[in-house]
Design a protein around this ligand. Structure first.
Ligand code: SF4
Length: 335
């Protein structure tokens, strides 16, 4: 089944945030000044159970979703996540089941996640320079332990791995070529993400954005690149291959080259709100239906209606004045 929005974009990808909590305080996502010791995270009773998430996922799949990504916050801080992976992997029609993690707990959980049915994993890693990395995660977490997590994921058969690096001017643009050098030839795919005005807390300025073109140029001067076709319509990253055959990289240019026209992503927050854009200002409460005794048909009708009315294209409309709008925090719905 295909469910399309007002621009004809099909509902195909579901990103499920299983927790709003994280053990990092990345400066571009969850700055310590805002997400400090007194920050009120979701109380347990407000968070969807694995059964509720699986039920919603099954209904989304019936509407056309094929790819499910588990996110957070940091999804691996939620206990027994492999039990949820098992439930979602068992849903007929889920063609791709993946997880986005900061890698800090991956060494501990990779084997169980793979055994439960996880197909792939994306690891966020913003620098190989330990000092730069510790400054960006802002909890003094060492890069070596994330690299251990990546090795554990390889050993568990989660290959190839995607590595996401957010590039912020003045913090880690000097790490770009080093990251390319480290991951080329490994089969893993390194993707560079333009720093975005997600949420309301990271103090975003256009001056701190390193445009994708500049990132590609800086790598290409050392390791010549050429563009590649997208793997599928709606793929977020623009692909480039190393001319010498050492693999590929991707750039995610939401700020300088928006891709809203092909955006097929819905986002479910940990407390059961449906967001139709990463930069949304409100979400649709599904928990009230789940816990209010609504039938599968009633919930499916609600999901269909929300998507069919969807007209989001924030990145195309972004202007320097836009950042003031009260948007949902990225840590609340996953990237
Ligand atoms: S800004 Fe919103 S509509 Fe545009 S690509 Fe991102 S999530 Fe999709």
């Amino acid at each position: 089944m295909m469910t399309a929005d007002t621009f004809g974009r099909p509902l195909r990808d579901l990103r499920v945030s299983v927790t709003d909590r994280c053990n990092f305080r990345c400066v571009y996502c969850m700055p310590k000044e805002v997400f400090g010791p007194d920050f009120q995270f979701l109380p347990q009773r407000e968070v969807l159970t694995f059964e509720e998430i699986a039920r919603l996922t099954r209904l989304f799949v019936a509407l056309g979703v094929e790819k499910v990504r588990l996110t957070g916050g940091e999804p691996l801080v939620r206990r027994d996540l492999h039990l949820l992976v098992e439930k979602i992997a068992a849903i007929e029609g889920v063609r791709d089941l993946t997880l986005t993690t900061n890698g800090s707990l991956l060494a501990k959980h990779a084997a169980a996640l793979a055994a439960a049915g996880l197909r792939r994993v994306t690891v966020s890693l913003d620098s190989l320079d330990d000092g730069v990395f510790r400054a960006m995660n802002d909890v003094n977490f060492p890069v070596a332990r994330v690299l251990e997590g990546i090795e554990a994921a390889h050993a568990a058969g989660l290959r190839p791995i995607k590595i996401n690096m957010v590039v912020k001017r003045g913090m880690n643009e000097g790490s770009v070529v080093e990251m390319a050098r480290r991951f080329r030839g490994t089969g893993d795919v390194l993707r560079f993400i333009e720093y975005m005005d997600v949420g309301n807390s990271n103090g975003w300025r256009m001056d701190d954005v390193v445009p994708a073109a500049e990132i590609v140029r800086s790598i290409g001067e050392v390791f010549p690149l050429e563009p590649l076709e997208a793997n599928y319509a709606g793929e977020v990253a623009q692909r480039y291959r190393y001319r010498d055959g050492a693999g590929e990289i991707g750039v995610i240019a939401s700020v300088t080259q928006p891709f809203c026209r092909a955006c097929t992503r819905a986002r479910l927050s940990a407390e059961g709100r449906l967001y139709t854009c990463l930069f949304a200002t409100h979400g649709h409460d599904l928990k009230v239906l789940l816990r209010g005794g609504a039938s599968d048909d009633e919930i499916a009708q609600e999901l269909r209606g929300i998507w069919q009315r969807r007209s989001d294209r924030y990145s195309e409309l972004r202007t320097s004045a836009t950042p003031g709008a009260p948007k949902v925090e990225m840590s609340h719905i996953g990237g």
